[in-house]
Design a protein around this ligand. Structure first.
Ligand code: 6MZ
Length: 362
């Protein structure tokens, strides 16, 4: 485990509200309990429970959203989540979150996103690189210093944001999210994700917004095949997203198509096991995809909800599928190819990995 932590890692599938520390969730829930908004004793065991089927996970998210959805809390959890990933030696994080409108809190999708960005500015255990466009140069230096986030200067994490469309949303709300992503492109937003309870909502509802995003050049990743739904899986693959997440319930035709199209898969081992979308880790499709050299990225999904870390995911892959240190390092480094940030960031990450390789003495 220590070795997995020491290796630089790239996280491409992490939901903000799924990555909150248990201690923070409990503290916030207790505060809401004291205010009489919720009954703390009713929710404590829900937060601490570890094994949940997929439907229960979405009930937990409804609870988490009651606990977290005000600007101050969104800012706090963002700061903590980034610090936790940095502590696990994640050097590039694509953090995804669903911009939420909540009239009772005076929250719009835009102000939610601004609260997330504010959280990135509060990170102080590590330097946060939020946008390549804001790198210091002579003409933009003062702007760059303001927006680059405070940090110690020694350790650095690149953070980019994906805006998620929740499958419960309307076509209009999805389009609003895409427009927001386009407006905030220079502030660290690099793409769009479609997520949410996979048994809710129709692919066609989101297609216009996703097609518009694609036309505007915004990369898209889709939660695909988390539950059996052959028609949707096929339609999603035909859409040619830049990446997909999960791919648990694919049929033979879907595997063939996926492999032919070479669409990278974000693999979330612990999440799939906990939600029982995969019966046991040894039969996880990671094994086949890895063997056939299909592009894949190990990810956490919801490190808070599933009590995991990216290092733990590497360790699990290593112990189950027999990957040695060299293979783990190569798998981690290969993820650079699939990030949504620009080529400049890719080059810098390649240098980070080259330096780490020398130190790790592989
Ligand atoms: C599908 C998931 C998910 O956006 O509020 N989310 N969607 N499958 C999963 N597998 C377990 N895990 C998380 O983070 C929480 C939201 O992310 C999506 C759900 O829409 C959930 O409400 P944000 O930051």
């Amino acid at each position: 485990m220590e070795w997995c932590v020491s290796m630089p890692k790239i996280e491409l599938h992490a939901h903000l509200n799924g990555s909150i520390r248990d201690s923070t969730l409990l503290e916030l829930a207790r505060e809401l309990g004291d205010k009489g908004v919720i009954v703390f004793s009713d929710v404590e065991h829900v937060i601490l429970k570890n094994d949940r089927a997929l439907s229960e996970v979405f009930k937990l998210f409804d609870l988490i959203h009651i606990i977290t959805t005000d600007h101050k809390t969104v800012t706090r959890i963002t700061k903590e989540v980034v610090e936790d990933f940095a502590a696990d030696n994640v050097v590039y994080l694509e953090l995804r979150t669903t911009p939420k409108r909540n009239d009772s809190k005076g929250m719009s999708k835009r102000s939610y996103l601004e609260a997330v960005l504010e959280g990135l500015r509060y990170v102080n255990s590590v330097e946060v690189d939020l946008s390549h466009k804001l790198k210091p140069d002579i003409s933009t230096q003062s702007h760059a210093v303001d927006d680059k986030c405070n940090g110690t200067g020694s350790k650095k994490i690149y953070v980019r944001l994906l805006l998620s469309i929740d499958r419960r949303e309307t076509a209009e709300a999805a389009m609003e999210t895409v427009n927001l992503a386009l407006e905030m492109r220079d502030s660290g937003v690099v793409g769009i994700d479609l997520s949410g309870n996979p048994i809710i909502g129709e692919w066609l509802t989101f297609l216009p917004a996703l097609e518009f995003a694609k036309k505007q050049g915004l990369p898209i990743t889709l939660h695909c095949g988390e539950v059996p739904n052959p028609d949707e899986i096929h339609a999603m693959l035909d859409f040619l997203p830049r990446r997909i997440g999960h791919a648990c319930c694919f049929g033979d035709d879907d595997w063939n198509l996926l492999k032919r199209l070479k669409i990278p898969v974000e693999i979330c081992l612990t999440s799939n096991l906990r939600t029982e979308t995969i019966a046991s880790v040894d039969i996880h499709h990671f094994g086949d995809l890895y063997k056939s050299n299909h592009p894949l990225i190990l990810c956490t999904d919801d490190s808070g909800v599933f009590s995991t870390s990216l290092s733990a995911e590497y360790l699990l892959a290593s112990s189950t599928f027999g990957l040695g240190k060299k293979e783990m390092f190569e798998l981690s480094e290969k993820a650079i190819e699939f990030i949504f940030a620009c080529d400049g960031v890719k080059r810098e990450l390649q240098m980070t990995f080259a330096t780490a390789l020398k130190k790790l003495n592989l």
